[in-house]
Design a protein around this ligand. Structure first.
Ligand code: COA
Length: 158
């Protein structure tokens, strides 16, 4: 069963574990100048990144959820307001990819966006990311490509 669990300090620890065991740092966080892999400095930066973006009310810019499958964290989902639009983002650990989880999480994020009254639902990825492009195309949204960036915008209300 797939559940979105709001991020807090406890779920953040589980999220770090999912990232370290199943994702490359660059798939799940901004670049950190350090030797490759999940070094202590990169792990600390992952925690600081989520605290700043979601958990600290003074700096928070988005809502983040841990994606739990049968109680195990397998990735993260986020919604970030930009004016009256909500921008969505998802990453999954390698073992969880290609099993329809991204599709279901996208539907949950879309439902949350509709419920919150957002005017549109926006997401973007890179041209080479076949999975993410298929997900965005399946939303029924128009896709626009600018350089390497593919953006989907779905209007939720007039
Ligand atoms: C991108 C991502 C969120 C997609 O989630 P997912 O659970 O793997 O995708 P799903 O299994 O739900 O598949 C969704 C669609 O993509 C297609 N798809 C999945 N992986 C694919 C791939 N590697 N190449 C092409 N299409 C792919 C599926 O066939 C499906 O299409 P359909 O519904 O039309 O049949 C996930 O693969 C991921 O986290 N990747 C690494 C991090 C990342 O790239 N995040 C997004 C950054 S924008």
């Amino acid at each position: 069963m797939i559940r979105l669990t709001p991020l807090d300090e406890d779920t953040l620890a589980r999220l770090l574990e999912a990232a370290v065991t199943g994702a490359d740092p660059l798939e799940v966080m901004p670049p950190v100048d350090d030797p490759p892999g999940w070094t202590p400095r990169r792990r600390a930066a992952f925690l600081a990144f989520h605290r700043a973006r979601s958990l600290d009310p003074a700096t928070a810019v988005e809502r983040t959820w841990v994606i739990d499958v049968d109680g195990t964290a397998v990735g993260a989902a986020r919604l970030e307001p930009h004016g009256d639009a909500l921008e969505a983002g998802i990453w999954l650990s390698r073992a969880a990819r290609g099993r329809g989880i991204g599709r279901q999480v996208t539907a949950l994020l879309l439902a949350e966006a509709r419920e919150s009254g957002a005017a549109s639902f926006v997401a973007s990825t890179t041209a080479g990311n076949g999975g993410a492009r298929a997900l965005l195309g399946g939303l029924g949204a128009a896709l626009t490509t600018e350089g390497d960036e593919v953006t989907a915008v779905l209007r939720l209300r007039p």
